[in-house]
Write a protein that binds this ligand. Structure first.
Ligand SMILES: Nc1ncnc2c1ncn2[C@@H]1O[C@H](COP(=O)(O)OP(=O)(O)OP(=O)(O)O)[C@@H](O)[C@H]1O
Ligand SMILES: [Mg+2]
Length: 344
């Protein structure tokens, strides 16, 4: 499979009054054409920052470390989206309205936002907002764009007479479907879906996710699916990246990460969720809580909560170990623990 996106050593930090929040530190990811990558981890571990970092749609206090690279279809988006003269203590500053990046957003990389419930502007009709996005990128008449929206509504299962409704007239599930329609509108190569269905009931969630994946497969669109729900990615993703406190701690195929687990945090995460095999088991909460990213612990960031931690873990940052081809773990004891770990 051909590489579509390569994120190399991505670090995104937020400037706050007291210093920095090290939200994402040295993340490496690859996504091939048509492939789904699941990005999982507890709340606050940096999933959204990583996802939005790819399109550089970040709050104004976000800075990207200079060595970070986001290679998309051969071009480095970090270079495109930031101004070469606006450097700051080894960081690049994002230009919010950078015209080069605007060519990529929606047309090549589209997004389904976390909390899509509020993603539409309440004072404009939903259909008009999608039409406007289409017209901003494609050389079409308004009539042609409307036709495209009708086709998209059919695809995502919203009756077309709803095109002229305002966002508040839609149910939560309908807004989510409209957001998916918007994400598909310009035939992107990559969709970044950030907790696309978390706010919905489980039945609607399943149905919408199922449809989203069916459409994505049909149109051969690659996807980064961000979620804290391990069972969602287990079903839908080819590859999994597990994030903890701003670091990727394990990466591999879904089978490798879930069945041949090589990081203690992944094991803890698997034990905290209902079994993906559907067996009954007692759920084990992960003791303690994730560290404050303004002041991350020295050594391994998971060490203070890790049942396997030894002295070295509290002192030295672990290296990333390739445990088998393409399967990585950021753990001092990855090799020793490999084969021992796994969800119960
Ligand atoms: N604008 C900001 N300024 C300062 N800190 C921020 C900002 N946005 C996010 N953070 C912090 O960065 C860290 C990562 O946040 P992020 O939203 O990427 O996590 P997440 O994994 O998506 O969490 P969730 O599962 O809750 O959506 C958190 O510690 C968060 O508090
Ligand atoms: Mg998030």
């Amino acid at each position: 499979m051909k590489k579509l996106l390569e994120v190399k050593n991505l670090s995104v930090h937020y400037k706050i009054q007291a210093g920095w929040v090290y939200a994402v530190d040295g993340v490496n990811l690859e996504v091939n054409h048509g492939e789904t990558l699941g990005l999982v981890g507890e709340s606050g571990c940096g999933k959204t920052t990583t996802g939005y970092g790819v399109t550089q749609l970040l709050p104004s206090n976000a800075y990207i470390k200079e060595e970070s690279k986001i290679i998309f279809e051969g071009k480095d988006l970090v270079k495109l989206g930031t101004h070469p003269s606006k450097k700051y203590e080894g960081y690049r500053k994002i230009e919010e309205y950078n015209p080069e990046m605007r060519k990529y957003r929606w047309a090549k990389i589209s997004m389904i936002f976390q909390g899509a419930m509020n993603a539409f502007n309440p004072v404009y009709k939903v259909g008009d907002q999608i039409i406007e996005a289409i017209l901003a990128h494609e050389n079409m008449t308004k009539q042609e764009a409307l036709k495209r929206v009708e086709e998209l509504y059919r695809l995502v299962g919203i009756p077309k007479d709803r095109i002229n409704n305002y966002p508040h007239e839609y149910s939560g599930g309908m807004k989510q479907r409209a957001m998916i329609a918007m994400a598909l509108a310009l035939n992107p190569d990559l969709i970044i879906a950030d907790e696309p269905t978390t706010a919905l009931d489980v039945v609607t969630q399943d149905r919408i996710l199922g449809e989203m994946v069916r459409l994505q497969k049909r149109e051969k669109i690659a996807m980064i699916l961000i979620t804290h729900d391990v069972s969602v990615v287990a079903e839908m993703a080819h590859k999994i990246a597990v994030m903890y406190a701003g670091n990727l701690v394990e990466k591999g195929t879904a089978k490798e990460v879930f069945k041949e687990t090589a990081h203690p945090y992944t094991e803890a995460l698997l034990n905290a969720f209902p079994s993906i095999k559907g067996e009954k088991k007692r759920l084990k909460a992960i003791p303690g809580s994730p560290p404050d990213l303004a002041n991350p612990p020295k050594g391994c960031r998971f060490a203070p909560r890790c049942p396997y931690a030894k002295d070295i873990c509290l002192e030295q940052e672990p290296p990333v170990v390739e445990i088998s081809p393409g399967h990585y773990s950021k753990c001092h004891f990855a090799e020793e623990l490999y084969g021992e770990l796994g969800g119960e």
